[in-house]
Design a protein around this ligand. Sequence first.
Ligand code: GUN
Length: 283
Amino acid sequence: MTAEIISGKELAQEKRLEMKNQVESLKEKGIIPGLAVILVGEDPASQSYVRAKQKACKETGIHSELDEVSPSITEAELLAKIEKLNKAEHIHGILVQLPIPDHISEKKVIEAIHPDKDVDGFHPINIGRMMTGQESFLPCTPFGIVEMIKSKNIGIEGKHVVIVGRSNIVGKPVGQLLLNENATVTYCHSRTKNMAEFTRSADILVVAVGKPHFIDKDDVKEGAVVIDVGVNRNDEGKLIGDVVFDQVKEVASYITPVPGGVGPMTITMLLHNTVLSANRNLK
Ligand code: GUN
């Protein structure tokens, strides 16, 4: 079997086009969706993610502001910036790019963002709402993954979903979202014994460990759907996933590539959440 590729790049383009129209109709009603991004420090990967977010906003007609601050900023100064953005009427979404330096509490920063502007979906209130099936901002990468699966009309209900990785940003919430879609969910992580026994029983395998080529064809059941969240650089500086794509595509029924898979969808769902937040302002 050779897998069909789920192109996040193509799906993201389609969705961004739809969103551009939504933004135009919001503008006709006098609302310009606005996203504020705070980048602390000069981590090259974070800089590149933030640039991609800014570019996507511009293309979609969303107003975006970037505040690049020194890594020596104090926690109190950063919290004050967030508080100002919480009150700013033209800003509908606030995002502090993670990671932030160790002297600043990530928990405090996440909790300082007003839940109604938390377009990352990281605030405990939004996580709680998601867990109880209430309306909330869904975290962008997990949300994008579910959209990719649904775009191919792949049934989720009753499927065995195995998640490799249990981060707060991807692993845990993607399991919850797929549970909300009536999947049976198993989490694997660094302490899991005999991991391949689990991954080989997955109908849908989501890999989010951040380890290059962690999953190969022997870890995957024939016909499985494989979602690769990994973004790693190999020795030649090339982007590679957590999955050995060339091997696994011969076993899986569907697979996401790296690059051009989950990444573009993450940004798209951030735009979606920002537009959703601006729409709420109409009510
Ligand atoms: N760092 C890596 N991914 C993300 C993300 O989705 N949001 C934020 N704020 N920081 C990140």
